[in-house]
Design a protein around this ligand. Structure first.
Ligand SMILES: Cc1cc2nc3c(=O)[nH]c(=O)nc-3n(C[C@H](O)[C@H](O)[C@H](O)COP(=O)(O)OP(=O)(O)OC[C@H]3O[C@@H](n4cnc5c(N)ncnc54)[C@H](O)[C@@H]3O)c2cc1C
Length: 504
């Protein structure tokens, strides 16, 4: 056992550190089938103090450290880039620290999942508003703040999960511990506001993809769950992409505070029904795209009025309403009332036998997304020859396209785009050429979508470097970001290599 390992073991105790090959490999991947980086050591710290001590040793020994929450990053962000280093598994830090019902703020350890947090809050008729990402059963609050996650419900009304952030406790890459927002005044008794006491330094850590510090404590605004809600699902007419965007725009123009609006394209409806994922749509005569809305209210009268306004928009756009039960195809009811928002993304990715996603998530203005989707179709056709090579092995054609298009705050949507594929090991054989082919296709698709001017919010290993490689960052912006990194983390210990910030 090395000297360094012994020093680290002294900090967390034997049970919470490992360099066994099984454990190291278990932490070497995220959800994509190709990116891998095997750490030397995996550590499960219990608090900020332990993390501070670990980071101090990592600085002395020049060992890169990668924080990991639920490990659900789609771009290899919570495993090392290249082999080696330490993975810091945050999931042991999963407790609720304080529920402040008076001020509607909850403080949690950063490794807690959205599922566990909201299960706790629902006993008080409270919720987090934005319910985190679609992976909320496993994704950690700290991981999601590091991504600016949206998608797990409520983001049309509440925005991304960073919108409700009040305060963070962060261990800086060199081991100092800070608290942001109202906690930057040492006389403040509890976290109550994000902004003030100088610039919004919490913002530095929102969407930082784990490069500026390790989040250990998170305080979030929470909200009383309104007692009334309506949820309706509609089939779209032809030209569904443009019509769905028009509907979302009209909802925003009229200032209706919808909780969720989601468009699922015809391909998803057809495939999901064929593969048994959406049994309630099996009997639909035409497998067209669907759009649904969820709206909340504090009284029946208020709900009625809002529903009337929304239905008018839907019907003016020639949609056809499905009946109200889940069995009738009303996915909106399942999504809200049965917490389907944390369930169906997982299944979506398994919808094609044996295929895995090479995907990405970005924000785009509402009126641009039909064009982005059309261009992904065009890209797919242009790459048919390569897609056929994957088909020849998997016997299933990769699907390029988008998952659900979700209305987020402002006039924006979240687009999940990419294609499904297989890793190079398939059915007991190694098809080495697939490694290169998958990377080539992924790069080409992501570059294409980037050129539509979208905003990637989950950057991980791959997208953070691709943005730099393709010169998408304006020079002064990139240099500004790099100089912050250099002053916070002179040895580039934390998440080394992301955004091409390589260490010494
Ligand atoms: C089935 C599925 C559905 C998904 N749906 C969505 C969706 O709807 N919306 C969406 O936004 N994303 C979605 N994702 C992607 C991902 O799950 C989310 O972005 C999620 O918020 C990541 O949280 P995590 O805890 O899993 O993060 P991880 O993958 O563990 O980490 C994410 C990043 O944050 C860093 N990090 C983790 N914890 C900390 C910490 N405490 N301090 C500092 N840095 C840290 C990591 O180094 C990494 O760069 C989905 C993924 C899957 C697999």
């Amino acid at each position: 056992m090395s000297e360094v390992y012994k020093k680290l073991e002294n900090i967390v105790k034997e049970k919470y550190i490992s360099n066994s090959i099984y454990v190291r490999h278990a932490y070497s991947r995220n959800v994509d089938p190709i990116l891998q980086g095997v750490p030397d050591i995996v550590i499960r710290p219990k608090d900020a103090q332990e993390i501070a001590e670990i980071l101090k040793i990592a600085n002395i020994e020049n060992i890169p450290v990668t924080p990991r929450g639920g490990g659900d990053c789609e771009f290899g962000g919570s495993k090392p880039i290249g082999d080696g280093g330490i993975v810091l598994d945050m999931k042991r830090m999963n407790e609720i620290i304080k529920l402040d019902q008076e001020n509607l703020i909850v403080t949690v350890e950063a490794g807690i999942s959205w599922g566990k947090l909201n299960e706790y809050l629902c006993h008080y008729d409270l919720y987090t508003g934005c319910m985190g990402p679609g992976s909320g059963m496993t994704a950690a609050v700290g991981g999601s703040i590091s991504h600016h996650s949206v998608g797990g419900g409520g983001c049309a009304k509440y925005g991304a999960c960073t919108n409700q952030l009040v305060s963070l406790e962060v261990v800086l890459p060199t081991g100092e511990i800070i608290e942001t927002g109202s906690q930057a005044n040492k006389y403040s008794k509890f976290p109550f506001n994000r902004f003030g006491n100088g610039p919004d330094l919490a913002g530095l850590f929102c969407g930082d993809n784990g490069i500026f510090g390790v989040k250990t404590k998170v305080s979030l605004q929470i909200f009383p769950r309104p007692p009334f809600a309506a949820y309706k699902t509609f089939q779209l007419p032809r030209k569904e992409r443009v019509i769905s965007a028009k509907i979302m725009n009209e909802i925003r123009q009229k200032g209706i505070d919808v909780y969720d609006v989601m468009y699922m394209m015809d391909l998803l409806v057809r495939l999901g029904s064929e593969k048994g994922m959406f049994p309630f749509w099996e009997n639909l005569k035409k497998k067209r795209g669907v759009i649904f809305y969820t709206i909340e209210a504090n009284s029946e009268k208020e709900l009625e009025e809002k529903v009337k306004q929304l239905d008018e928009i839907m019907l003016n756009n020639k949609t056809e309403e499905l009946n109200s039960e889940i069995a009738d195809g009303n996915i909106a009811r399942w999504h809200y009332a049965e917490q389907g928002h944390w369930q169906f993304y997982h299944n979506l990715w398994g919808v094609s036998h044996c295929m895995e996603p090479l995907t990405a998530e970005c924000f785009s203005p509402i009126d641009s997304y039909p064009e982005v989707l059309n261009d992904i179709d065009q890209w797919d056709m242009e790459h048919n020859e390569d897609m056929q090579k994957i088909f020849n092995i998997a016997k299933t054609r990769p699907i390029a396209g988008s998952g659900p298009i979700v209305l987020v705050d402002g006039n924006n949507v979240e687009i999940t785009c990419g294609f499904t594929t297989i890793g190079s090991y398939f059915n007991g054989e190694n098809h080495e050429f697939l490694k290169e082919l998958n990377l080539k296709l992924w790069k080409s698709l992501l570059e294409r979508v980037t050129k539509h001017g979208v905003q990637w919010y989950m950057m991980g290993d791959y997208m953070s470097r691709l943005m730099v490689d393709m010169g998408a960052y304006p020079e002064h912006y990139y240099n500004f970001m790099k100089s912050i990194k250099q002053s916070l983390d002179p040895k580039m210990i934390l998440s080394r290599g992301k955004f091409n910030f390589w260490g010494k």
